[in-house]
Design a protein around this ligand. Structure first.
Ligand code: HEC
Length: 151
């Protein structure tokens, strides 16, 4: 009687230990899933792939990764003009060749922009061709307006 009781206690404690162990694995698994939800979400890895593909994609002649117009000289411009500020600071501007040259000179004199060497001609041509001032004497006509009568 004494012996079997002990055996039962041993069996019970082994079972408890096993369940406790399994419980730990379960909790560990749950925490892993919380930290890495993409394990079961294939859509997330898909969109990640889309982003990587967009890096090399050029659509409507705009390079999707940086917003520059795809043309000769774009690479040199990206290399020399996006290190200190965003690409948008460049692409939002419209200047003549002289204007771009003056901006570059200003950055060289005051902002530590390096000597662009042979790339300067390439960059100036690229910028003055693709980011030239739009000559418009007056604003564009409004389009698609729904006119209404004043009462
Ligand atoms: C060494 C750093 C550096 C590099 C490289 C650089 N710039 Fe700049 N640029 C600046 C700083 C600093 C400003 C001022 C930013 C501000 O006002 O917030 C600036 C401003 C500008 C502006 C706005 C000027 C204005 O009047 O508001 C333009 C346009 C510009 N940069 C174009 C370029 C182009 C094109 C190149 C490549 C040839 C270039 N930047 C490379 C530092 C740099």
């Amino acid at each position: 009687m004494e012996n079997t009781f002990r055996d039962q206690i041993k069996l019970l404690s082994r079972m408890l230990f096993t369940f406790f162990f399994l419980f730990l694995i379960l909790i560990g698994g749950l925490f892993y899933l919380i930290d890495n939800p993409e394990t079961f979400e294939s859509s997330k890895t898909d969109s990640l792939q889309d982003v990587t593909e967009a890096d090399d994609k050029v659509e409507n002649t705009i390079d999707l990764a940086n917003g520059f117009i795809d043309d000769e000289g774009m690479e040199a411009t990206i290399q020399n003009c996006t290190g200190c500020h965003s690409a948008q600071l460049v692409t939002q501007n419209r200047m003549s060749r002289e204007g771009w040259k003056a901006t570059i000179k200003w950055m060289q004199e005051t902002q530590n922009l390096w000597d662009l060497g042979a790339n300067e001609e390439l960059i100036l041509t690229y910028l003055s061709k693709n980011y030239a001032p739009t000559k418009k004497g007056r604003r564009q006509n409004l389009e698609n307006i729904e006119w209404y009568e004043l009462e």
